[in-house]
Design a protein around this ligand. Structure first.
Ligand code: ATP
Length: 367
């Protein structure tokens, strides 16, 4: 098991910087997610940790040892790719035990390890089957078996569930997490799927254009986004953003949005100019129109079973409210918006950073 620390890690491809100087520590036994849109540098970061890509600058420490100059094979890490390449001419048992045979382990040792791995993965009954006819889930279990049988210091996984259909993917995500809880191996997992990251990760690093924007446990990332990018990337429907011209006093808790005073107790640094108020759809309620609230007109209403998503056009942008399905709002109706003050985050429109108070920033830094 291992702690992985990266210090000022950077990767250039010619003139293009795929990963800007980034530093963070993945704790021993942690399930750590690298999350972000396509091309943000997740895979490149993972490949540098694995030793498959040489950093342009920076250091990688595994278990207190700088491994920058070590070849991939010497880092004692298992890399699980999206497409599980099993040896097609071998059966399940041979596939799983192959790494141990290549290490020169004796028969008895191999048999004991195989039994343990097969039990952990629940594949005792398919050990003698050829891998060709296996279902996708069993193939994945065999590939994982081959990775865990070596007891590496850490697992690196690059979109391992990427090729699976939605239902199956959810099941395998649950299995992977359960497996992690059983063997407690440090795992770094790359995904562009925010739900997968939230469902499985102990902590998530959200990446954008080669930079880590925020690191924290899923709920912290969701509730306290540090930037407009994170706020927008996490959550479905996405967070609402109301853009306005305004001024916030340091420590102040009220901003004026087009004549409406909105309390924001999370507050905040001082800020002036173009600001963005962010609030998630579940923290918006619909009321009768009233001058003390931001007002708008309902332009859409989607029924989703237990909830309904109502879209309201306001002078500051559209706002989606997630309301109980039993309540309704007619298209064309005028409404006032009730925003839960405790759930609002204010952002500086230019820098995109959240305007958080010192105390709140400390909470985030602890993530
Ligand atoms: P994806 O999920 O699409 O793989 P990602 O976040 O994992 O996205 P990376 O694969 O790390 O992104 O790629 C980051 C950027 O670096 C991309 O713009 C990609 O085109 C570029 N890149 C990656 N490998 C190379 C390479 N060998 N040569 C040149 N550019 C590269």
């Amino acid at each position: 098991m291992a702690e992985i620390e990266i210090r000022n890690l950077r990767k250039d491809f010619g003139d293009f910087t795929a990963v800007h100087s980034s530093s963070f520590t993945i704790r021993d036994g942690e399930f750590f997610m690298l999350l972000g849109p396509s091309g943000c540098g997740k895979t490149t970061t993972l490949r540098m940790i694995a030793g498959l890509e040489l950093p342009t600058a920076g250091e990688i420490w595994i278990d207190g040892e700088e491994v920058g100059q070590k070849r991939a094979a010497e880092r004692d890490i298992a890399f699980v790719f999206q497409m599980f390449a099993l040896y097609p001419h071998m059966n399940v048992r041979q596939n799983i035990t192959y790494p141990l045979k290549s290490q020169g382990m004796g028969r008895a040792g191999i048999a004991a390890k195989l039994a343990e791995v097969a039990r952990i993965l629940g594949i005792e009954d398919i050990l003698e089957k050829p891998v060709g006819g296996l279902s996708g889930g069993d193939r994945q279990r065999v590939a994982l078996g081959r990775a865990i049988v070596r007891e590496p210091k850490a697992f690196l996984m690059d979109e391992p569930l990427g090729a699976l259909d939605a239902e199956f993917r959810e099941r395998m995500a649950e299995e992977l997490r359960a497996l992690h809880d059983r063997i407690n191996a440090t795992t770094v997992y790359v995904t562009h799927d925010q739900l997968e990251a939230m469902q499985m990760g102990d902590r998530i690093a959200v990446m954008n254009a080669g930079r880590v924007e925020q690191i924290g446990p899923p709920q912290q990332i969701y509730d306290w986004p540090a930037s407009l990018f994170v706020a927008d990337f996490i959550g479905s429907p996405a967070m609402n953003f109301l853009s306005f011209e305004g001024q916030v006093e340091a420590g102040g808790a009220v901003v004026g949005i087009g004549g409406v005073s909105q309390a924001i107790p999370r507050q905040l640094d001082a800020g002036a100019g173009r600001l963005v108020l962010g609030v998630r759809p579940e923290h918006v309620r619909l009321h009768e129109p009233d001058a003390a609230r931001i007002q708008g007109e309902v332009i859409a209403s989607e029924y989703l079973g237990t909830t309904r998503i109502v879209t309201v056009q306001t002078a500051h942008g559209t706002v989606k409210a997630r309301i109980p399905a039993a309540e309704n709002a007619r298209v064309g109706e005028a409404v006032g918006l009730g925003l839960d003050p405790a759930a609002i985050t204010l952002f500086d429109a230019e820098s995109g950073r959240a305007l958080l108070s010192e105390a709140n920033r400390e909470v985030l830094a602890d993530g």
